[in-house]
Design a protein around this ligand. Structure first.
Ligand SMILES: *Cc1c(COP(=O)(O)O)cnc(C)c1O
Length: 406
């Protein structure tokens, strides 16, 4: 390939055409082809710059090309990149210990590493299948919440609420039923000795950042414990400092917690934390496994993310910046309800022009996301500044006008 061809091959339109010919169409056409990132910005193949207010969907905790994360990952890769799970590595052990520490896990709690959120939930689902009840009263049911999103592999999909995602792939595993989210009476009525587990996202992310509240989480703990059902918190999106705490469920200890997205700061990793001696006994040698899960590079990334959140005191920054952002958003004409915690925020557009706003924002150099026709979600890197967010807030009135006109 000569130089001119190589340059034109990096042209956005060209790359998009090649994408359409070579990648399975499950995501639709990509908005842009991105070639580079630094801090809270990314650049596309045509050289346009964007402020990344989505952070790879709550993944790029430390922004793009974070120097510490990059150096930790590359030096781990140069030292020991992969070992089978017949072996362990110091980073794997250290990350497991660190996760147990920051989740205030009681003695006897344990971690299982996977590579993604859906895999962490698959592991949780397998574990909850062991809560079988008795021959006289078998525990065959799993309860999830309306509008829940738990992933796309068959097990996690069986817990996901959206009929459109599930229906084409029936029959799915599990005897799952959905109850209204945040409704304590509905939970109390649904959970009896035939229920093996209840899956809850403390803040429903894909549903448009809908908070269930500490009181509901505490009630869920009490109700599941009383019935002998396992309580699973899916913190894949809300975990790892996103909400200004390490976990959105802080203060309520579930039986199982699943993590992924922000944990590796962009390096793929998922985790399941199993709380307490009794729960860890459900899975024993041979019951579950993975080739890549817990590999030294992914675990080094996870450790670097947690250490950076601690050393740079990012949790306080996330709380303050998020509160400020929501107050500013609420003062903008055309913005309806504003929801969220920390740097996980959603706002409503009364005229249902959220997809159009995503397009207008992209053209103006901002990456945001629509969870439905009327909801915009923001999940920027935890390091984002008020000044950076301020550029979006300043542009928003004109973007809203453009979206409505589109
Ligand atoms: C994204 C997400 C998942 C699935 O994670 P993947 O890494 O995409 O498999 C599961 N649960 C929640 C709450 C999520 O936000």
């Amino acid at each position: 390939m000569n130089e001119a061809n190589e340059l034109s091959a990096l042209h956005g339109a060209d790359l998009s055409a090649r994408y359409a010919k070579s990648l399975l169409g499950v995501f639709g056409a990509p908005s842009r082809v991105l070639v580079r990132g630094a801090g809270c910005h990314v650049w596309d193949a045509d050289g346009n710059q964007y402020l990344d207010l989505l952070g790879g969907i709550a993944v790029n905790t430390l922004g793009h090309a974070n120097p510490l994360l990059t150096s930790v990952i590359t030096s781990q890769l140069a030292t020991l990149g992969h070992v089978s799970n017949f072996f362990s590595s110091p980073t794997q052990i250290a990350l497991a210990e660190k996760l147990l520490e920051i989740s205030a896990a009681p003695e006897g709690s344990k971690v299982f590493f996977a590579n993604s959120g859906t895999e962490a939930n698959e592991a949780a689902l397998k574990l909850t299948r062991r809560n079988t009840g008795t021959a006289a009263v078998p525990r065959t049911k799993v309860i999830a919440l309306e509008h829940a999103f738990h992933g796309r592999t068959l097990g996690a999909l069986s817990l996901t609420y959206k009929e459109k995602y599930r229906a084409p792939f029936a029959p799915l595993p599990g005897n799952v039923s959905w109850i209204p989210a945040g409704d304590e009476a509905a939970l109390r009525a649904a959970v009896d000795e035939t229920v093996a587990a209840v899956f809850i996202e403390p803040i429903q992310g894909e549903a448009g950042v809908r908070e269930l509240g500490a009181e509901y989480l505490r009630a869920a703990r009490e109700i599941t414990s009383a019935a002998g059902a396992l309580l699973v918190f899916d913190e894949v999106q809300t975990g790892m400092g996103r909400t200004g705490e390490f976990f959105a469920s802080a203060g309520v200890i579930p039986d199982v917690m699943t993590l992924a997205k922000g944990l590796g700061g962009g390096f793929p990793i998922g985790a399941m934390i199993v709380f307490g001696q009794q729960n860890t006994a459900w899975l024993t040698p041979g019951d579950h496994g993975t080739t890549f899960g817990g590999n030294p590079v992914a675990c080094a990334a996870g450790l670097a993310v947690i250490h950076t959140i601690e050393n740079q005191k990012l949790l306080g920054h996330v709380r303050e910046t998020g509160n400020w952002l929501r107050a500013e958003l609420a003062g903008i004409d055309g913005v309806g309800e504003v929801r969220g915690r920390g740097l996980l925020t959603a706002f409503e557009l009364m005229d249902g022009s959220a997809p159009q706003l995503v397009g207008a924002a992209l053209d103006a150099g901002f990456i945001v996301n629509a969870t439905d026709e009327s909801t915009i979600r923001l999940a920027p890197p935890l390091i984002i500044t008020r000044e950076q967010l301020g550029t979006f807030l300043a542009a928003l009135p004109a973007l809203l006008t453009a979206a409505t006109a589109a």
